[in-house]
Design a protein around this ligand. Structure first.
Ligand code: IPE
Ligand code: IPE
Ligand code: MG
Length: 240
């Protein structure tokens, strides 16, 4: 069933991207690491436009992981400042193009100024229906699943939930992504063959496309190439 649906629509409904390689790009261009993050900003814009053009309905961008807090203070501060700028400046424009902004992750960890900017962008774009742009911020998949387990345990303990009725859907309903379809295509830029704690539950059957292109060099062509790669895949979901 799932297979027929996917084959009929060769464009992935949900694309998730691990945007990696900003530091390496900066190094190649003799810039400080933050220069790479700044350069990555235009890729976000290009990819959002490309996703709309291809008819992708959901785009999730892994922008900052729970592990990324361990980076040097300057880099973390620079990234948070950049995030604020993107939310303020790019989102206004994206909003006009029909983008609805959403966010997943431990948003409570973000500096207040970022949280405010985020809340405002989410509120302003909530009626848009062309593309849901989901930013993964202070996101960690294991912490997401752990929090879901904790919530289920609490509900069971209080008697609101019968533990015997817990199924996959019950758990899925307690994740940040409760009202999102699973990603069909996972893209990782800059060649690293790893998942880095990203959507472990949700990517169970995602097709994976790893490209050597560094995130600041990733644009419309690279996005189209990933979609073309996806269209050639035979998704089986365990069947034959
Ligand atoms: C991705 O680029 C951006 C974030 C993780 C915030 P990196 O900063 O990880 O770049 P590399 O991996 O050092 O090249
Ligand atoms: C993954 O990239 C996180 C984001 C893209 C936000 P990292 O650069 O942090 O991942 P590792 O350290 O290479 O696994
Ligand atoms: Mg990296």
């Amino acid at each position: 069933m799932a297979k027929a649906e996917t084959v009929a629509g060769k464009v992935p409904r949900h694309v998730a991207i691990i945007m990696d390689g900003n530091g390496r790009w900066a190094h190649q261009h003799n810039l400080p690491r933050l220069g790479g993050h700044e350069a990555g900003r235009k890729s976000v814009k290009k990819v959002v436009q490309a996703a709309i053009a291809h008819g992708v309905r959901y785009l999730t961008l892994y922008a900052f992981s729970v592990e990324n807090w361990q980076r040097p203070r300057d880099e973390v501060q620079g990234l948070m400042g950049l995030l604020r700028l993107v939310l303020r400046e790019e989102l206004a424009e994206m909003g006009k193009e029909g983008v609805r902004l959403r966010a997943i992750g431990r948003l409570q960890d973000l500096p207040e100024a970022v949280r405010e900017e985020l809340a405002s962008a989410i509120e302003k774009t909530k009626a848009n229906t062309k593309l849901d742009l989901i930013l993964a911020l202070s996101y960690g998949s294991r912490v997401e699943i752990t929090e879901a387990a904790k919530a289920l345990a609490r509900e069971a303990k209080s008697g609101r939930l019968d533990a015997e009725t817990i199924g996959e859907e019950t758990l899925a309903q307690h994740l940040y992504t409760r009202d999102l379809p699973d990603p069909d295509l996972l893209i990782r830029t800059s060649g690293e063959m790893r998942i880095s704690n990203f959507m472990l539950w949700q990517i169970s059957y995602a097709e994976i496309h790893v490209t050597p292109v560094l995130w600041p060099d990733f644009g419309k062509e690279a996005f189209a190439a990933a979609l073309a790669d996806y269209a050639r895949r035979d998704r089986r979901f365990g069947a034959i």
